[in-house]
Design a protein around this ligand. Sequence first.
Ligand code: NAD
Ligand code: UGA
Length: 464
Amino acid sequence: MKKISKICCIGAGYVGGPTMAVIAAKCPDITVTVVDINEQRIAAWNTEKLDQLPIYEPGLAEIVGEARGKNLFFSTDIERAIDEAQLIFISVNTPTKTYGIGKGMAANIRYIESCTRTIARVAKDDKIVVEKSTVPVRTAATVKAILEHTGNQVKFNVLSNPEFLAEGTAVRDLLNADRVLIGGDSDPDGQAAIAALVDVYAHWLPRERILTTNVWSSELSKLAANAFLAQRVSSINAMSELCEATNADVREVARAIGMDSRIGAKFLQASVGFGGSCFQKDILNLVYIARHYGLREVADYWEQVIRINAHQRERFAKRMVTSLFNNVSDKKIAFLGWAFKKDTNDTRESSAIYVADFLIRERAQIHVYDPKVSLDQMRQDLRELGSRPADVNDQHLFASSDPYEVLNGAHAIAVMTEWDEFKTLDWPRIHKDMEKPPFVFDGRNVLERRELEAIGFQYSGIGA
Ligand code: NAD
Ligand code: UGA
C-alpha cells in the first residue's frame, strides 16, 4: 500500500471539520479536502473571519487558520475530491430514523449509502473507504456490497474508524486521544489498508494508542462506549433522586464512589440529563440491534438508560412548576444556557429544549441567554420537537445577548448549561432585579449554593 498523500472527508460537520483540521495540521505531507452537500456550511468553513466558522470549538479557529489553503481545503466538489483521494472518510450524519421500519430507534444510514454510491460511481483507482460516522454494527457489509458491484474493477478496502471526540473538547481530544480504533479485514489487503491509516495517526499519536481490531468489533465498540458513558450519567442521575429523598448529597456520593479506582471519578456529574446528538441516538440504535437479534433482556437493560434521562428532565421541570406555587403561566423564567454542554454551539437533544417545552405547555415565558446560540436556533429546536404550532412557541421564547436583560424581572432561573461565565455574574444585582422570592434551579450543580442562599435566593440543585 502506497503512503497516503491525499485524503477526502465527506461530511463537514462536528466530526469531519475538527478531525480533518487536526489531521491536516499534524500531517503537512497530506492534502485533506473536506466536502459537503451543504453549500452554506462549506462557505462558512471558508470564511475569512475565523470567529464565524460553522462550529465553535476551543482551539479550532487557530488550527483551521494555520492549515486552510495550505493542505486543508473545504469544497462542494464532492466528485473531484473523491476522484483525487487515496483514502476517503465518510463522516456524514446517522440520525435516528423518523419513518418506517425502526422509526424512532434505528440509525438512518441513508446518507452513508448515498455517499458510498457516489464513491462507487466516481472512483477510477483503488480506494480505502473509512467509516468515521457512528454506524450500526455490520454496516461495513452494506458499504462493501455497494462498492463491490460497480463493475469498474476498482479495488476498495473498507475500514471502521469511529470517532471518540467530545464536543467542547474536540481539538484537545483529537490531539491527545486516549485511543484511536481501526477495524479492518484480516486478509493482506485489509491489513495493508489498516497500516496506511495507522501511519496517518502515527504522525502525532504513540502507536500503542492506535488499536486495531476486526471491523465488527470496531463498529460495535463505538456504540458500546457511548452506551457505557451515558449509563454512568443515568446511574448518577438515578442516585440524585434517591439523594433528594434521603437528604444525602449526590456530589458527596459521587466523590465517595469515584475515588474507588475501579469506578473512577469521571462522568459522575449529576445533571438535568444528558443531551447531544449521539448518546440517545446510539443507545436507541443499540437497543434496536439487540431486539433484532432477539435479545430482549439486553435491549431492555440499555433502554432504561434513556428512560432515566427523560425522567430526569421531566422531574426537573415539574419541580420548577411546583416550587413556583404550581403556576408559571405568564411568568418570566430565565434560562442560563441552551447548548447541550459548555464550550459548544451545538444544541442537538439539549435538555434545555425539553424543559422549555414542558414549561411552555404551562404557558411560561422563557427568556434565554446562551453565549453561542442564536434565538433562531432555539426556535428551530422547539419547532423540531413539534409539540405545538411554531408561532405559539415563538410567543413564549425569547433571547438576548445580555444576561442581565434576560434575568431582569424573572421569577426563576434555570441553569441549563455549565458555561463558566455564569459563575461570575453579578448575583447580588440579579437578586435585586428579580421577582421575589427569586428561585435558582441549578440543573448542572455549578453555582455556589451557600453564596446564593446568603444573598437571598431559593436555591435547588440536582440531588441535594
Ligand atoms: P453533522 O450533522 O454535524 O455533519 C454531517 C454532515 O454531513 C452535514 O454537514 C451534512 O450536510 C453532510 N452530509 C450528509 N450527507 C451527505 C452526502 N451524501 N454528501 C456530502 N455530505 C453529506 O454530524 P456530526 O455531528 O459531524 O456527526 C457525524 C457522524 O459522527 C455521526 O454518525 C455521529 O454519530 C458521529 N459522531 C459525532 C460526534 C459528535 O461529537 N458530534 C462524535 C463522535 C461521532
Ligand atoms: C459523547 C462522548 O463523550 C464522546 O466520546 C463521543 O465521541 C460523542 O458522545 C459522540 O459519539 O457523539 P458529547 O456528546 O460531545 O460526547 O459530550 P459529553 O461530554 O459526553 O456530554 C454528553 C452529555 O452528557 C452532555 O449533555 C453533558 O452535560 C452530559 N454529562 C456528561 C452529564 O450530565 N454528566 C456527566 O458527568 C458527564
